[in-house]
Structures are given as C-alpha cells and as structure tokens.
Design a protein around this ligand. Structure first.
Ligand code: TXA
Ligand code: MG
Length: 355
C-alpha cells in the first residue's frame, strides 16, 4: 500500500478493490486504538471515531472546532448494531432501513442509555445510518464498531467531497484519511426524526420527502423550525451557520428568464464597487454571463449533478479569492430542495427574490 503523509496525517489510497481492503485494515486498526480517521461515504467524507469510546469522540469536537451540543451521526454496518444503539425501534424505521439502507438516509431514534452523551450532545435520541460507499462499508466491517462521524470539515466550512478537501481543513489534526475519490451524492444525508409523534425531516438530502412519504403512507415534511422563532431547534445543527464559503454569498431566486438580468445587474453593481465577483450558475444561464470567476454547477435538468458539485465549487471560490459570490437559485423540488437548502445556508439570509 502506498502511504503518503500530509502534515502528520496518513493518506491511504483506496481507489481499487485491493488497495481498499488494505486501507480499510490499516484505518480500522487506528479507529480501534481510539484515533480519528476520515473516510469517504456516498454523501460527503466523514470524520470517524469509535462511538463507544468517549475520549475518541471528544477528539472529533476538538479537531473540527465543533460546538459540544451538536450531536453526531453514528455509522453502522447492520441491524445488530442498530439494536445496540436505539430502543425502541419503531416499525417505520425497519421499513425505511430496508428500502434506503445502505444509503443517504439518517434516522433519529430514541437512544439506549449506553450510548455516550458526548455522541448525542446530551439528547435522548441518537442519529444512525448505514452508508453505501464501499470504502465506508469495508471500514465499518473491518473495525467491527459503530463509528460516530460528522462531516470531515472544520466547523462552519463546506462539507468535504474529496480527500483533498479533508486535508485542506484537517491535515495535522487527524490521524489518517482514506482517499476513495470524489463523493457521488455530494450533499449530506437526509435526516429524518422518528422519535416524535409524526416523522419530520430535519435536513433534506438525496432521499426525498416524497420517497419517504410514499413508503410510510403519510405526508412527511421538512421541519418548520425557524431561527427567528426563538424556539428550541429539533436538531441542534439547524442553528449553526453551515456550508459557508469565505466570501459572502447572495442567492438570487426567480423565474429562469429573470435570473440572467438579475445576475447581470448585481454583477455590475459589485464590480463597479471594485469587487472580484464570483458567479455560481447553471449551464443554461452561463452563456449569457461573462466573468473571470464564473463556475458552472451543471444543467438545470440534472439537479443531482449540480448537488454533487456544489461544495467543490464553494471551495474553489475560496481559492480564487473572490470578494462576493452571486448564486443562481433553482426549483426546490426533489433533490433541488436539498440543493436550495444548502445554498440558503451558505447565503446565511442573503437572499434576493427577483420579482
Ligand atoms: O451524510 C451525512 O450525514 C454525513 C456523512 C459523513 O455521513 N454526516 C454529516 O454529519 O453530515 P454532521 O455532523 O455534519 O451533521 C449531522 C446533523 C447535524 O445537523 C446534527 O445536529 C444532526 O445531524 N443530528 C445528529 N444527531 C441528532 C439527534 N439525535 N437529533 C437531532 N439531530 C441530530
Ligand atoms: Mg457537517
């Protein structure tokens, strides 16, 4: 196995099956010793630690600079581990697990008392999923442990979708990263709370509200919790600014025919004031715009492809050193809902509605 090192962090290549098996073995050993290892999942890279080991999990919060009240998702490899973590497990959970696991759906369930408080931020529930990336599955099986793993970025930064993104944020702060190439989905998993009277989506993702509603035979919607309400958020993660690039991002929403002129107008305004202005747009809009700092997310006909490229684009703008980013908005349906949710978070309230 070729092992590189970056600022003290091992980089295990896992791009073919043989390398993957070796990397999983080496990484599993580190996890069993209570060390931190970043690994690819189909959504984003996760920063894993043995979920039963409080000291190991504490290191995650330190490495990321993550607030201690923001709970972690526990990654598992099968139903036996689910039963060790959650109780009671409602029928809906088994139904959803059968249909969507392994895959980008996280279930919030009542936790067993044995689950350390440091994992759940002191909550009485635990978030669990089986990821479907072959490296993540090999690692979970080899370690034979549930792995507490948030996205492997510094707190507040866009989630990493390549090993390079992980190293940019965490080289020297973690023991190793397993490089399994770019993530397929590119946005974090759907988080579904099954611990309340009715199922609630706390974070939209690639498994959509429609798919969940159809399977459960009941209408399942995105939580209506709003920052301004002053109420306690159902998911602590909701109250933190997430996914933010370094430059302020403005999200322009409106009909496609208004977007081009809206973007042009905003661009002129910012450039006239001497700002390096980044444009984050679709393939359909790009031909009508001109800028040295224009990034195309993909075609509006392929929201999943656009979602997969979002975080890399946000990090590219950081490297380009733009002063401001103007981002095109999309229809918030299907995966588009998750894409717009992350763009809105990156905008932190800077939304321009084009009338
Ligand atoms: O796709 C993903 O979910 C990735 C990969 C690595 O699996 N992980 C991820 O983890 O995005 P993180 O920590 O960045 O986001 C977890 C979210 C946070 O918003 C957190 O507040 C919420 O899930 N969460 C975790 N446990 C919870 C719980 N018991 N109740 C409510 N929300 C919870
Ligand atoms: Mg995160």
């Amino acid at each position: 196995m070729t092992v590189k090192k970056r600022a003290g962090t091992y980089v295990y290549e896992a791009k073919d099956p043989a390398a993957m098996a070796k990397a999983a073995k080496a990484a599993a050993k580190l996890l069993q010793q209570g060390k931190l290892v970043a690994f690819p999942t189909e959504t984003v890279y996760g920063l894993g630690a043995n979920a039963w080991d409080e000291k190991a999990v504490e290191k995650i919060f330190f490495a990321k600079g993550r607030p201690a009240d923001n709970p972690l998702i526990v990654h598992i490899s099968g139903p036996r581990q689910l039963e060790a973590l959650a109780d009671p497990i409602p029928a809906e959970a088994w139904l959803l697990a059968e249909r969507f696991w392994p895959g980008p759906l996280t279930l919030v369930l009542p936790k067993k008392t044995q689950v350390p408080d440091v994992v759940t931020g002191g909550l009485k529930t635990v978030a669990v999923r089986i990821p479907r990336h072959p490296v993540a599955l090999a690692l979970l099986q080899e370690a034979d442990l549930p792995l507490a793993a948030p996205s492997a970025n510094l707190s507040g930064r866009p989630s990493p979708t390549t090993a390079e993104h992980v190293l940019t944020d965490l080289a020297g702060r973690i023991e190793a990263v397993v490089d399994g190439g770019p993530c397929e989905v590119g946005l974090e998993s759907t988080v579904l709370d099954l611990s309340r009277e009715t199922p609630q989506i706390l974070r939209p993702g690639a498994v959509t509200a429609q798919e969940i509603s159809e399977l459960l035979g009941q209408n399942c919607v995105l939580t209506r919790w709003q920052e301004e309400s002053g109420a306690k958020p159902p998911s602590p993660g909701l109250k933190y600014l997430h996914y933010a690039p370094q430059a302020p991002l403005y999200l322009l929403r409106g009909e496609p025919q208004r977007l081009v002129s809206g973007l042009q107008k905003e661009q002129q305004k910012w450039e006239a004031a001497g700002n390096k202005t980044g444009l984050l747009v679709s393939a359909e809009t790009a031909p009508f715009l001109q800028s040295d700092y224009l990034l195309v997310l993909g075609s509006r006909t392929d929201p999943a492809g656009m979602a997969a490229r979002l975080y890399d684009a946000l990090r590219r703008f950081d490297r380009l050193g733009v002063d401001v980013i103007l981002a095109e908005g999309y229809p918030a349906t299907g995966v588009g809902l998750a894409l717009m949710n992350r763009l809105q978070k990156a905008a932190g309230g800077r939304v321009i509605d084009l009338e």
